[in-house]
Design a protein around this ligand. Structure first.
Ligand SMILES: *[C@@H]1O[C@H](CO)[C@@H](O)[C@H](O)[C@H]1NC(C)=O
Ligand SMILES: *[C@@H]1O[C@H](CO)[C@@H](O)[C@H](O)[C@H]1NC(C)=O
Ligand SMILES: *[C@@H]1O[C@H](CO)[C@@H](O)[C@H](O)[C@H]1NC(C)=O
Ligand SMILES: *[C@@H]1O[C@H](CO)[C@@H](O)[C@H](O)[C@H]1NC(C)=O
Ligand SMILES: *[C@@H]1O[C@H](CO)[C@@H](O)[C@H](O)[C@H]1NC(C)=O
Length: 948
C-alpha cells in the first residue's frame, strides 16, 4: 500500500490514530485486499441456490484467494485477477460490487442461470480482457436489458461473449470500436443494429465474429475483407442482401456461415475467390437466393473443407463432378434446389462423408454404384428426384448408415437383398413411391434396430414376410399401395411399440388379428382397401375410429356397434350361409346352360371353317410354341383390358393395326396390346412374321411378348393380337423431337443417355444378327420403334416386318419378301431395298446408322429440308468432322464439361460410326458386333471426362 511508503514517523502515527478512531471504515475500504474479499462476499449475497458451490466463500475465511473459482495475482498484495464460475448451476443476479475487483482480467459466468441486467459498472474494470457471460438463458432465467455502452470503453477487452441471453435494444456502436477485440459474440439475443461499414478497420484483430440471429440488414461490409485475422464469421439468420463478397483475401478463414439471409451468388466468382482460403472447413449458405449453376471451381475449394451446406437455394443444372476433389467433406447438403442431370460417380471419392443429401431436386439417371464407397455414411437422402434404374447393390458397403431415403423417385427392379445387411439402419429406410417390384425379402427381419420402414406405393407383391416381426423397435411401418397378398403375419404380435401401421390398398386377406387391439402406442392403423374378412377385434384401438381405417373391406363386421360397418351376429352368419346357397344356385344354373349352348355352337362353327382363316391354321404350329406356357386370353379379355378399345388407352397405330395399353386380370403391370387390322393386305403375314420372330428371341433390349391372342371377335371375324410388356417412357422419336409430340415435360436426352440408348439398340441388333440360330432381320428400325423404359433402357420393338435372313432360296419364308408394299419406313430404308434386293442384316445396319446420326443432331431424316433429294447423311457428311459442332444438338452437352474434349472423344467417333453404318453399298457398312465395342469405348471415354 503506497501510504505506508511515507517515512515521517509523525505522519505515520497520525494516520494510525485516525485509522483507529475516526476513519475505520474508510481505511478498511482502502485496504484493497480486504475490499476484494468484501466484493466477493457482496457478489455472493445476490446469489441463490449457490450454497454448496460457494461454501468456501465465507465471511469467516480470510483466504479468499483460495475460494472456489477465484484466482489472485501471485505477488503481494494479492488481488483477484480471474473469476471463473462457468457451468456451476448458479442462479441470481450479477451484483455491481463486482466492479470493485479492479484487477480483474477474466470474468466467466457463462452457462448458469443469471438473470437481471449486465451491470454497467463492468465498464470500470479497465484491465478486463475476457468477459464471458453467454448462455444464461437456461431454466427460464436469463440476462435481459441492453449491453452497457461502458463495455465499449474497456481498452483491454479481447473476448466479449454475451450470446444466448435475452438481451435487447441496440448494440452500442462503441462495442464495434474496441480494437483489442478478437472475439465478439452477441448472437442469439434480441439485439438490433447494423453492421458498421468500417467494421473491418475498427476491429482489426477480430478472429471470431458471431452475429447470427440478429436483425442486421444491408450488405456485408466490404471492409471485413481487411480483417485479416478473421477465422470464423457467423452471420446466420439476418436479413443481409447483396452479393457474397470475395473472401479470398482472408487467409485464416475457417468457417463462413451465412445461412438464411437473402444473399446472391452473382456469377459465382466468390467460389473461385474462396479457393485461396486453404484453411476453410465449413461453408454454410443454406436458405439464400443463390441461383444458377454451381461452378466447377467448387472442386478447387480447400481440401480441408468438411461441411458444405447449400440447401434451400435455387441452384440449377448439374452437380460438378469436381466435387469429388473435396476429400475431407463429411457433410454435404444440396437438398431443395433445382439440380438436374446425374449424380456424378465422383462422389464415391468422398470417403469421409457422413451426411449426404441431394433430396428434392430434379436429378435423373442412376444412383452411382460408387455410393457404396462411402463407408462412413450415416445419412443418405436422395428422395424427391427422378432417379431411375435399380438400387445399387454396392450400397450395403455403407455399414454405418442410419438413414437411407430414396423415396419419390423412379427406381425399378427388386429391392436388393443386400440392403438388409445394413444392420446399422436405425432411423429410417424409405423406398416409398418408386416402381420397385418383386417380393419383400425375408431378410428385412435383419433390421432389428430400425425405427421407420416405408416401402409404400411401389409394385411389391407376395406376402408380408413374417420376419418383419423381429423388428421390434419399429414405430412406423408403411406398406400401403402395393400388391401384397396373404395375411397379417402372427409375428406382428411382437410389434407392440408401433405407432403407425399402414397396410392399406393391397390385396391382403384373412382375419384382423386380435393382438392389434392390445397395442397401446398405436395412433394410426390403416387396414382399408384389402380383402380382410370376419369380425374386427374388440377393444383397444378398435374403439376409436379416429385411429383406425378399415373401409373397402367388404366382408368385415363388428361385434359391437361401430359406424360404417355391419354388425356381426350369429343370426347374420346363418342368414349368410342361406344367402350364399341361393346365390350359388342362381349362378350355377345359368352357367351350365350357357356352357351347353357354347359347346353346341363351337361344334357347329368347327364344321364350317371360313376360307380366310386357313392362313391362321398354318400359323398354329409357331403360335402354339410361342404360346407355350403363356396365359391363354380371349377376345373378351382384350376388350376388358382396353376398356372396350377406349381411345384413352390408344397409344399408337401403324400400317397393320393399333396399339393399346391395358390391364389384364392375371398381371399386375400394364401391358401393350397390338391389335392387327386383318383387313389390311399383309396384316396376316405381319402377324405371322412377328410371332415367328418373337418365339425365337429373348434379349434384355427386346420388348418381351406376354401372350398371343388368336381368336374371333364378337362378329365372328378373325382376331389377332399380341400382348407385350408395357414400356413406360415413350419412344425415342418422342424424346428426340419433343415439340412434335407435345412432349414438353420431358428433360432433354443428355449425351450419356443417347450413348446408352445407342448401345442398347446395337446390343439388340447384334443379338438378332449374330447370336440367334438363324440371323433375324428387323427390317423396320426407326426411332418410333425404339421404346424407352423409366430407367431409359431402350427396347427394340415391332417385329411386324421381321424376317429371317434368306439362307435357303425358295423356302416359304422368302415369299414374305416378295410383298412389295412392305418396305420399312421412309428415311430409314437402305437404298438397296428400293432395288428389290434381298433383306439382309446390312439393311438394319443402315437404319441404325441413320438413327445414330439423328440422335447426335436431333434432325429427323424425314424433315422437309431433305425433300430436295439430299439426306441427313449428306448433311452430316458435309460437315464432318471440322464443322460438326454446327449440327450437333447442343442440348445434350452439359455446360460444365469441356465441350471440345467431348466433341473430339465422343461426338465425332459416334458420327463416324453413324456414317460408316449408313454407307450406300451394303458391303461397306460395318457389322453390329464391331459397332457395340466401339460405342462401349465412347461410353468409357465420356465417363472419364465426367470424372475429371
Ligand atoms: C488488509 O486486510 C487483510 C485482511 O483482509 C489483512 O490481512 C492485512 O493485514 C490488511 N493490511 C493492512 C495494511 O491493513
Ligand atoms: C462478517 O463478520 C463480521 C465480524 O466478524 C460481522 O460483523 C459481519 O456482520 C459479518 N458479515 C456478514 C455478511 O456475515
Ligand atoms: C453447461 O452446464 C452444464 C451443467 O450445469 C453442463 O452439463 C454442460 O456441459 C455445460 N455446457 C457447456 C457448453 O459448458
Ligand atoms: C464462454 O463460456 C462457454 C461456457 O463455459 C464456453 O463454451 C465458451 O467457449 C466460452 N466462450 C469463449 C469465447 O470463451
Ligand atoms: C425475454 O425478455 C422479454 C422481455 O424483454 C420477455 O417477454 C421474454 O419472455 C423473455 N424471453 C425469455 C425466453 O425469457
Amino acid at each position: 500500500m503506497s501510504s505506508l511508503g511515507f517515512s515521517s514517523p509523525g505522519f505515520l502515527q497520525l494516520l494510525y490514530i485516525l485509522k483507529f478512531f475516526c476513519l475505520l471504515p474508510l481505511v478498511i475500504g482502502s485496504n484493497e485486499t480486504e475490499s476484494d474479499r468484501q466484493a466477493l462476499l457482496c457478489l455472493k449475497s445476490q446469489l441463490t441456490s449457490s450454497a454448496e458451490v460457494l461454501s468456501s466463500w465465507s465471511n469467516a475465511s480470510m483466504e479468499f484467494c483460495s475460494w472456489h473459482g477465484v484466482t489472485c495475482s501471485t505477488q503481494y498484495p494479492r488481488r483477484v485477477t480471474a473469476l471463473d464460475l462457468s457451468s456451476e448451476g448458479i442462479t441470481g443476479s450479477i451484483s455491481p460490487c463486482i466492479a470493485d475487483l479492479t484487477y480483474l482480467t477474466k470474468l466467466q459466468l457463462s452457462n448458469n442461470s443469471f438473470y437481471g441486467s449486465i451491470p454497467s459498472e463492468l465498464g470500470f474494470l479497465t484491465q478486463l480482457s475476457i468477459l464471458n457471460i453467454s448462455m444464461n438463458s437456461l431454466e427460464g432465467n436469463n440476462l435481459v436489458g441492453s449491453i452497457p455502452d461502458t463495455l465499449g470503453h474497456v481498452p483491454t477487452l479481447e473476448t466479449l461473449a454475451v450470446d444466448l441471453n435475452n438481451l435487447s435494444g441496440q448494440v452500442p456502436p462503441s462495442i464495434f470500436n474496441v480494437s483489442s477485440l478478437t472475439y465478439l459474440g452477441i448472437a442469439n439475443n434480441s439485439l438490433t443494429g447494423r453492421l458498421p461499414s468500417n467494421i473491418g478497420y475498427t476491429l482489426p484483430n477480430i478472429q471470431e465474429l458471431i452475429l447470427h440471429n440478429k436483425k442486421f440488414s444491408g450488405s456485408i461490409p466490404s471492409s471485413l475483407l481487411n480483417a485479416s485475422h478473421l477465422q470464423s464469421l457467423f452471420l446466420t439468420n439476418n436479413s443481409l442482401t447483396g452479393h457474397i463478397p470475395f473472401f479470398g483475401s482472408l487467409q485464416n478463414l475457417k468457417i463462413l456461415d451465412m445461412a438464411y439471409n437473402m444473399l446472391e451468388a452473382g456469377d459465382w466468382s466468390f467460389v473461385s475467390s474462396l479457393s485461396n482460403c486453404s484453411k476453410l472447413t465449413k461453408l454454410l449458405f443454406d436458405g439464400n437466393n443463390l441461383q444458377g449453376n454451381l461452378p466447377s471451381s467448387i472442386g478447387n475449394l480447400s481440401s480441408n473443407l468438411e461441411q458444405l451446406w447449400l440447401r434451400n437455394n435455387q441452384i440449377s443444372r448439374l452437380i460438378p463432378p469436381g466435387i469429388g476433389n473435396l476429400k475431407s467433406l463429411n457433410m454435404f447438403y444440396m437438398d431443395c434446389n433445382y439440380l438436374t442431370g446425374n449424380i456424378p460417380p465422383t462422389i464415391g471419392y468422398l470417403h469421409n462423408m457422413v451426411i449426404l443429401s441431394f433430396a428434392q431436386n430434379r436429378l435423373s439417371g442412376q444412383i452411382p454404384g460408387t455410393t457404396g464407397n462411402l463407408v462412413q455414411l450415416n445419412e443418405l437422402h436422395l428422395d424427391g428426384n427422378n432417379l431411375s434404374g435399380s438400387i445399387p447393390e454396392s450400397i450395403h458397403h455403407c455399414t454405418q448408415l442410419k438413414t437411407l431415403n430414396l423415396a419419390h423417385n423412379s427406381l425399378h427392379g427388386t429391392i436388393p437383398v443386400h440392403i438388409f445387411k445394413i444392420f446399422s439402419l436405425s432411423e429410417q429406410l424409405n423406398l416409398s413411391h418408386n416402381y420397385l417390384s418383386g417380393g419383400i425379402p425375408q431378410e428385412v427381419g435383419n433390421l432389428i434396430n430400425l425405427n421407420k420402414l416405408s416401402i409404400s406405393n411401389n409394385r411389391l407383391s407376395g406376402n408380408i414376410p413374417s420376419t418383419l416381426g423381429q423388428c421390434v423397435i419399429l414405430e412406423s411401418l408403411e406398406l400401403q399401395s402395393n400388391f401384397l397378398e396373404g395375411i397379417i403375419p402372427e409375428s406382428f404380435a411382437k410389434l407392440e411399440g408401433i405407432n403407425k401401421l399402414d397396410i392399406s390398398h393391397n390385396k391382403l386377406s384373412g382375419k384382423i388379428p386380435e393382438f392389434l387391439a392390445s397395442f397401446k402406442s398405436l395412433i394410426n392403423l390403416n387396414l382399408s382397401f384389402n380383402n380382410f374378412y370376419g369380425p374386427l377385434p374388440s377393444g383397444g384401438v378398435f374403439l376409436d375410429t379416429s385411429v383406425i381405417s378399415f373401409e373397402g373391406n367388404d366382408r368385415l363386421c363388428a361385434r359391437a356397434p361401430l359406424k360404417g360397418i355391419p354388425f356381426c351376429s350369429a343370426l347374420v352368419d346363418r342368414r349368410r350361409v342361406h344367402r350364399s346357397l341361393v346365390l350359388a344356385l342362381k349362378i350355377v344354373t345359368p352357367v351350365v346352360v350357357v356352357i351347353t349352348i357354347l359347346c353346341f355352337l363351337m361344334i357347329r362353327s368347327r364344321k364350317r371353317v371360313p376360307l380366310n382363316s386357313r392362313k391362321s391354321m398354318q400359323l398354329k404350329p409357331h403360335l402354339r410354341q410361342l404360346n407355350g406356357d403363356m396365359e391363354k386370353i380371349t377376345y373378351q379379355d382384350i376388350v376388358k383390358a382396353t376398356n372396350g378399345f377406349s381411345s384413352a388407352n390408344l397409344i399408337g397405330s401403324g400400317s397393320f393395326g393399333t396399339v393399346y395399353k391395358g390391364n389384364l386380370e392375371f398381371r399386375q403391370d400394364q401391358v401393350a396390346i397390338k391389335i392387327f387390322n386383318l383387313s389390311t393386305y399383309g396384316a396376316h403375314r405381319s402377324f405371322a412374321a412377328e410371332c415367328e420372330a418373337l418365339k425365337n428371341v429373348r434379349h434384355r433390349n427386346l420388348v418381351k411378348v406376354i401372350t398371343v391372342c388368336s381368336s374371333v371377335d364378337s362378329t365372328g371375324a378373325d382376331f389377332r393380337a399380341l400382348v407385350f410388356e408395357y414400356i413406360q417412357n415413350g419412344n425415342l422419336d418422342m424424346w428426340l423431337h419433343p415439340k412434335e409430340h407435345e412432349h414438353y415435360q420431358r428433360n432433354f436426352l443428355m449425351l450419356s443417355q443417347r450413348i446408352n440408348i445407342a448401345l442398347d439398340i446395337a446390343f439388340a441388333l447384334d443379338y438378332l444378327h449374330n447370336r440367334c440360330a438363324t440371323p433375324l432381320v428387323h427390317c423396320d428400325l426407326k426411332p418410333s420403334n425404339i421404346l424407352l423404359g423409366l430407367d431409359m433402357v431402350a427396347y427394340v420393338s415391332d417385329f411386324g416386318l421381321a424376317r429371317f435372313q434368306c439362307t435357303r432360296p425358295n423356302s416359304d419364308r422368302d415369299s414374305l419378301t416378295s410383298l412389295s408394299c412392305i418396305k420399312g419406313s421412309i428415311g430409314y430404308i437402305p437404298p438397296e431395298y428400293g432395288m428389290s434386293e434381298e433383306r439382309s442384316t446390312k439393311g438394319d445396319v443402315y437404319s441404325f446408322g441413320v438413327i445414330l446420326l439423328e440422335m447426335v443432331t436431333s434432325i429427323s431424316p424425314t424433315e422437309e429440308i431433305f425433300n430436295d433429294g439430299t439426306s441427313l447423311r449428306d448433311l452430316v457428311a458435309s460437315n464432318f468432322p471440322k464443322d460438326i459442332f454446327k449440327i450437333v444438338d447442343p442440348t445434350m452437352l452439359q455446360d460444365d464439361i469441356d465441350a471440345t474434349e467431348v466433341l473430339q472423344s465422343c461426338v465425332i467417333p459416334l458420327v463416324r460410326i453413324g456414317l460408316s453404318c449408313s454407307m450406300t453399298s451394303p458391303k461397306d457398312r460395318c457389322e453390329m458386333g464391331q459397332v457395340c465395342s466401339e460405342i462401349l469405348r465412347i461410353k468409357d471415354a465420356l465417363s472419364k471426362i465426367d470424372d475429371e
